[in-house]
Design a protein around this ligand. Structure first.
Ligand SMILES: CC(C)(COP(=O)(O)OP(=O)(O)OC[C@H]1O[C@@H](n2cnc3c(N)ncnc32)[C@H](O)[C@@H]1OP(=O)(O)O)[C@@H](O)C(=O)NCCC(=O)NCCS
Length: 154
């Protein structure tokens, strides 16, 4: 059914492959390399930390989630979430998101939020399913497209 664990350096190739399948403006490989060098937990200035977990199935990475926890604002920010084309619709995106939210709660975050393209109805259906609410719009966030902000009180 797939196991969730921190990213390691040998995962970067698979992650970059999924990233380019999923997004018109994929994150650069160097970002995933940096996170993997920190074994999925990069401490930043001002009590912030970036975390990344991958979902492994049959020894292949098939999905991942990246988020930031900010100890000052007590916000958890989901920055990236993706599942490979071949394994969509099996509950893995939901599993990754619920996993990150549980860790945010453990780390005493009070709110989880994320941005999503206004036309990404698939992802929005997932966010609504887990109880997130559309709470704001960022006009032009993705150049030609607006972002909706979804939030969840933790
Ligand atoms: C969004 C994404 C991560 C969802 O992952 P997934 O593993 O396919 O989704 P799940 O199987 O966990 O689905 C969970 C819920 O999401 C919704 N959902 C998922 N796929 C859907 C689809 N094609 N149409 C409508 N709703 C859908 C449903 O509510 C579903 O619950 P249900 O199965 O009980 O109906 C995946 O589609 C993806 O990687 N998309 C490209 C990248 C992306 O858009 N990331 C989000 C950026 S904000």
């Amino acid at each position: 059914m797939g196991r969730i664990r921190p990213i390691k350096s040998t995962d970067v190739e698979s992650v970059v492959g999924i990233e380019s399948q999923c997004f018109p403006t994929p994150w650069d490989r160097s970002i995933f390399e940096a996170i993997s060098q920190w074994r999925g937990n990069i401490p930043l200035k001002h009590k912030r930390i970036i975390r990344m977990r991958v979902l492994e199935f049959k020894e292949q990475v098939e999905g991942y989630i990246v988020w930031e926890e900010d100890k000052i604002t007590e916000n958890g920010h989901v920055m990236n979430l993706a599942v490979s084309n071949a394994h969509r619709g099996k509950g893995w995106g939901e599993k990754l998101l619920r996993y990150a939210i549980e860790l945010m709660r453990d780390h005493e975050m009070k709110l989880c939020f994320l941005e999503v393209r206004e036309n990404n109805t698939t992802a929005q259906a997932l966010y609504k399913k887990i109880g997130m609410v559309k709470s704001d719009v960022r006009v032009g966030y993705y150049e030609s497209e607006d972002a909706y902000i979804y939030t969840l009180d933790l």
